[in-house]
Design a protein. Structure first.
Length: 212
């Protein structure tokens, strides 16, 4: 089982489908095997971050590649996913016509509407615009419930411009009752760097131009 890019006409649903997929993973996957695999972070995506301690790449359900990778926490209750997809067609035209901020604002509204229609439990929704490495980003958070457990979901979407524009999404789901539920998310944001990671270190960066 894995996530596939859906047709362009329904592109706002791509994010919500991935969120729902991540929620289901804890029931189907459990803890992942500790194997050496190539994740999206190892394919020169033009950014790097540090995966929180205790999270292990999933090798059972989601084939890791240059577009999508998923990590389970050791207890199987928390999941991190990174998704990087090219922007083309109508989406690219919308980005070129309206700019980064309006594109992300529109995406946030679409994501809230779509998730609201698809998730039975969907509350405490917040949409925040911010800068990550001096580039525009959208932070979308909400509470949901799955298999009897309440979760807080963090979704960060940012844009990577260049010869080929890409949309990057970081998705973290953590049980709501954990005292330090924001700690892992803060670690991810603080470790973010634009540029390629050095071999063997997702949180480290080679010197690179800002204009990816």
């Amino acid at each position: 089982m894995r996530f596939f890019l859906i047709p362009e006409k329904t592109w706002p649903r791509r994010l919500s489908q991935l969120v729902i997929y991540i929620l289901v993973l804890s029931v189907l996957g459990g803890c992942s095997k500790k194997e050496e695999v190539q994740t999206v972070l190892d394919h020169g995506p033009g950014f790097s971050l540090t995966v929180p301690k205790g999270y292990h790449v999933d090798v059972q359900l989601n084939p890791n590649d240059s577009s999508t990778s998923t990590w389970f926490r050791e207890d199987g209750l928390a999941v991190l996913a990174i998704d990087r997809q090219p922007i083309a067609g109508k989406r690219l035209k919308a980005l070129q016509a309206h700019g980064n901020k309006r594109y992300l604002t529109s995406l946030g509204r679409d994501l809230q509407r779509d998730l609201g229609n698809r998730l039975k439990e969907f509350s405490h929704v917040e949409r925040t615009t911010l800068k990550i490495g001096k580039k525009d980003a959208l932070l979308f958070t909400f509470h949901t419930r799955h298999e009897g457990t309440d979760y807080k979901v963090y979704i960060l979407v940012t844009l990577q411009l260049g010869e080929q524009a890409h949309e990057i999404m970081i998705d973290l789901r953590v049980p709501l009752d954990e005292a330090e539920q924001d700690k892992a998310w803060s670690e991810i944001l603080e470790s973010w760097q634009w540029g390629e990671a050095k071999a063997g270190g997702h949180g480290e960066e080679k010197k690179a131009d800002e204009g990816h």
